[in-house]
Design a binder for this molecule. Structure first.
Ligand code: CA
Length: 220
């Protein structure tokens, strides 16, 4: 799950960013409306958290343009209590939901999950395949009933592979969906996490669950 946080107040932006990263989301931040449109034009986001009161291009306008440019992920507006008119304009402009500031982080995360489910991002709340049980709501994994402890990143990798079971997923695609724009495509990031993930899920089992196909990627 990749999320774009659009918020010009840096402390709020970085608090949301940190919170979401801790939950295993890939997070990018834009500090004004123009930067948001730029990033959404280049990257694929599952959900955009959009402050309405922004420099350069305001949030309502960003929302309208995103939909015009056929962005079809979720949009959650972050608004001040007083701006009912803006909120209505935002919803008319294609936002899915809104939160009034100040809000609890857990509420934002619940809205993101709800939208992702609706958008089909998490079509199956719990995935069962190859003896694995993956619950994206709690990041819990079991193999043949035995619980395995994964980091949020490792879970996200495994869940992505499970959703694409049988297809070789290229490393670039994993970087695109599971990491944020600060990930360097030339580092060994994916490989390192993949090795740890493999070690954890294969430990004590005779068959290896994730295969590497040279030049193509990883396949479950
Ligand atoms: Ca603002």
């Amino acid at each position: 799950m990749r999320v774009l946080v659009v918020e010009d107040e840096e402390p709020i932006a970085s608090a949301i960013e940190r919170g979401l990263m801790k939950k295993g989301y890939a997070v990018d931040v834009a500090f004004d409306g123009a930067e948001a449109l730029e990033k959404a034009g280049v990257n694929h986001y599952d959900v955009i958290c959009l402050d309405l009161n922004l420099p350069r291009v305001d949030g309502v306008e960003v929302c309208r343009r995103l939909r015009e440019e056929h962005y079809n992920g979720g949009i959650i507006m972050l608004t001040a209590r007083s701006s009912i008119r803006e909120r209505v304009e935002g919803l008319d402009g294609g936002a899915d939901d809104y939160l009034v500031k100040p809000f609890a982080f857990s509420e934002l995360e619940a809205r993101i999950r709800a939208i992702a489910r609706r958008e089909g991002g998490l079509r199956e709340p719990i995935l069962n395949t190859r003896g694995l049980e993956l619950d994206p709501n709690t990041n819990r994994v079991k193999r043949e009933g035995v619980e395995i402890h994964l980091t949020p990143k490792e879970f996200a990798l495994l869940y992505y592979l499970a959703r694409n079971e049988g297809r070789a997923v290229p490393q670039e695609e994993l970087l695109e969906h599971i990491w944020d724009e600060h990930a360097n495509p030339f580092t060994q990031t994916v490989k390192v996490h993949m090795n740890n993930l493999r070690r954890k899920i294969n430990d004590g089992f005779s068959d290896q669950l994730i295969e590497t196909i040279r030049g193509k990627g990883y396949v479950l």
